[in-house]
Unconditional design. Structure first.
Length: 73
């Protein structure tokens, strides 16, 4: 990834923003958020994609509340 103050190329920018916010266990046993695709891959199958989970819960709440409002009418 680019160093502080250096401009990103379009490819680096896209690669950086298409990466999920991943939380999991590192190979050394510590837990945390991955800062690169290599770290996310080393976490294995049980890593959690926090951005995907957040949007899923948010959209579930929106659809649930709209269906409750619809059923009350």
């Amino acid at each position: 990834m680019a160093t502080e103050g250096a401009a990103l190329t379009s490819g680096e920018y896209i690669k950086h923003h298409l990466q999920n916010l991943t939380f999991g266990q590192f190979p050394d046993g510590s837990w945390g958020i991955a800062h690169s695709a290599a770290e996310a891959k080393s976490m294995g199958f049980w890593a959690l994609h926090l951005d995907t989970l957040g949007w899923s819960f948010f959209l579930g709440a929106v659809f649930y509340s709209s269906s409750i409002e619809h059923l009350r009418k």
